[in-house]
Design a protein around this ligand. Structure first.
Ligand SMILES: N[C@@H](CCC(=O)N[C@@H](CS)C(=O)NCC(=O)O)C(=O)O
Length: 325
């Protein structure tokens, strides 16, 4: 593995933008350390993090003394800082560079935030069922108050906290915005149609035996953008609506190709975390059944030990499982 160990990625496992950066680091085969910033516990609002990135957003890449915020800037930085690694952002003056920019902007037309955080509240509009339940309560209604408190407690960060508080209040107001969800869902449909057309055109141009990515033979940052976008749409249950089962066969095939790319698999959010999130609503049942099983085990062991290592049969003639005290 190439690279330097003094790279530290502040990220959230399930964050869309963090996924982009993890993928870039995997493709570049760069060794790095990770520090999870738990957005579900508002760790990104803690002063130590706001000092690193006053916008309180993940991811951040720290390379030695250099701190880079924003996934797109990080991708570009990694190309510049490690020119010997696979380059992901082609020169903007080339045809490949134009295409890369075009596909990235196309992906950014999808309102991922609304689709992830707000749309699940309106299943009658989306007509889909999220596979990842983690986002259901991801917007904290306490966040504005927390920002206010931190603004008072840490005057050096007051400006950043008050700006964040304003954004968090706006975010809360959008929670009930049905129209916003309608717009996001339909805009996404249009973007998918456009992507399908572009991929069909690429397919027609495709040279035999050559893997075709969005901008040609090379995997670029445009593919990273789309890998993260299609993954998120799938997590939120939109694959059936937008591309699966032959609906948009070129997107289906392209996503299949992405999914089988080992750098994608290495960078996916932890399965264990997702499983835990899925189990969470059933936690009372899991605890009750688990607790009952443990209690039964203890009683069984106790009875056995009191009866010389044997568990009495319920058909036994004599009653042998008596307490000896
Ligand atoms: N433009 C930024 C966006 C980063 C972003 O929105 N991150 C989200 C997680 S996917 C976040 O940190 N949200 C926390 C918050 O809004 O307070 C990038 O590309 O890195």
């Amino acid at each position: 593995m190439a690279g330097t160990p003094d790279i530290l990625l502040y990220h959230e496992e399930v964050s869309y933008y963090s996924f982009r950066v993890r993928m870039a680091l995997a493709i570049k085969d760069l060794k790095y350390k990770k520090r999870r910033v738990n957005l579900f516990l508002s760790e990104n609002l803690e002063p130590w993090y706001m000092r690193l990135n006053p916008s309180g957003l993940v991811p951040i890449l720290q390379h030695g003394e250099t701190i880079v915020c924003d996934s797109d800037k990080i991708l570009r930085y990694l190309d510049d800082a490690f020119p010997e690694t696979i380059q992901l952002c082609p020169d903007e003056s080339t045809n490949e560079g134009h295409m890369c920019d075009y596909f990235k902007r196309l992906s950014d037309k999808i309102d991922v935030h609304t689709i992830t955080m707000i749309a699940p509240r309106f299943p009658e509009i989306t007509k889909v069922k999220p596979r990842n339940p983690m986002f259901a309560n991801a917007i904290h209604d306490q966040a504005p108050e927390l920002c206010e408190k931190y603004a008072n407690d840490f005057p050096d960060l007051a400006e950043a906290y008050l700006a964040k508080k304003k954004l968090k209040l706006e975010e809360l107001l959008r929670l009930e915005d049905e129209e916003l969800v309608e717009t996001a869902i339909h805009a996404c449909e249009d973007v998918m149609t456009k992507l399908e057309e572009e991929l069909a055109r690429n397919d027609a141009d495709m040279m035999q035996d050559k893997v075709q990515w969005l901008c040609g033979e090379r995997f670029t940052s445009a593919d990273i953008y789309w890998a993260a976008t299609l993954y998120r749409l799938e997590e939120m249950g939109y694959d059936d609506r937008y591309w699966a089962n032959g609906k948009r066969p070129h997107i289906e095939a392209y996503y299949e190709q992405i999914r089988s790319y080992d750098c994608f698999r290495k960078s996916e959010p932890s399965r264990c975390l997702l499983l835990m999130a899925k189990m969470r609503p059933h936690l009372p049942w899991v605890l009750a059944v688990g607790g009952a099983a443990v209690a039964a085990g203890v009683i069984y062991a106790l009875i056995k030990s009191r009866n010389g290592g044997k568990f009495p049969s319920i058909f036994a003639k004599e009653k042998i499982w008596v307490w000896t005290e």
